[in-house]
Design a protein around this ligand. Sequence first.
Ligand code: BGC
Length: 471
Amino acid sequence: MADFGYDITDHRAVDPVFGTLADFDQLLGRAHDHRIRVVIDFVPNHTSDQHPWFAESRSGRDSPRRDWYLWADPGQDGGPPNNWLSTFPATGSAWTLDIRTGQYYLHSYTRSQPDLNWRNPLVRRTMSDVLRFWLDRGVDGVRVDAAHRLIKDAALADNPPPVAGARTALVPGALQLRHIDQPQVHEVLRALRATVDEYGDRLLLGEVGVADPQRWAAYYGNGDELMLVLNFAFWSQPWSAAGFRRVVQTIERVLPPGAWPVYALGNHDLPRLASRYDAGRYPARTRLAAMLPLTLRGTALLYYGDEIGMTAVPIPPELAADPDGRDPSRTPMQWDSSPAAGFTTGQPWLPVPASARAVNVVAERDDPGSLLNVYRQLIHLRRRLPALRTGSYQPVTPEDPAVYAYLRRAGSQQVLIAVNFDDQPRELGYRLPAGSLIVLSTRSAASQPAPPRELNPLRLAPGEGVIIQLT
Ligand code: BGC
């Protein structure tokens, strides 16, 4: 728990703080009873420094497990072997000297997370067996943590100096780094995909923090690597039609044939959605943001609490737990207005904010105009309209500075989504055919049908999103 489960000491057990394997099996069984599928995090890039493997590896240079991890002699100046940095700024160098053997070991994250050496066939086989252990247990798939990091530059060459303002089409990205995104990583992912494909109906999703669109898209392989490749582009966009449209257009352009996108606006590593985009001043933006992952062509990943508008919670230093300051986005789920928000009868591991009195599932479920009900309507529409679920994507009004609009088609069904990013009223620059029906507006309550409106031109209120069924 130095990195909240991403520092593993036993890949085939459940941390006692959460319970036991039997508890996991019960959770999985109950989820399946409710037709809920369960995908778990698979963390192949590193283990905890408390893992028995690392204890053996660091015991001596001649340990049989020495090359299960990445060890290197000190550099010329006696310092780290090169200039690679940890992902966590507070950690600094990605290398830590192990006094006993006089060598440095690599850790892409905290010092207590030594990177495994995926060039070692024993590591590959052992971690594939870990994957099989959980697939045999019945999990419906895995999210491969840090998939782009599994192979590092064998020469351990220094990374090039960052260039101020370096930006790729998707995100402000550092230049090509040598400790990530190496060509051989694709053979590793093909092997993991082959393992997952043995089970027929399981998901292989991967976290790939690669800034260059083409290199990012390569993680789909030729339909033989990751089935879904998480992208970080939305999370670093300013709140603008142009920014979000550019991300989608880029992804739709670089995806290999047959590949399927995945969109997310929040996760456990990022500031809370409802605290970004100046949503405090413009709460409509959080409602609008809900529309994007749920109406774009692709799988939607939603982060717990975003559906009720949970905001970043300031954490007093004495309660701070995360090595990278991410606690504010990880506070207990707010189920109801009780003291610990219905999350626990014990002491919650992070503080529950006073806002939980109003921002909770019980309060919002019964409020037709709540953010929760916008999400529920969107999910319901995705289930009801094949055009939303599996339809094609085509932008309309591609130059509009404020309204991002796109068509989704499946067979004869056509659905148009229009999102007014502006805080001023805007017209949709698209002629709607007679008979078009507004099936959702982020401004109207879930219980009532949208009031009749002039369709041509369709005037969008500030921060309003609409879904229109054309045919
Ligand atoms: C996870 C982080 C974690 C890191 C190290 C990332 O992909 O999302 O939460 O700290 O990997 O495992």
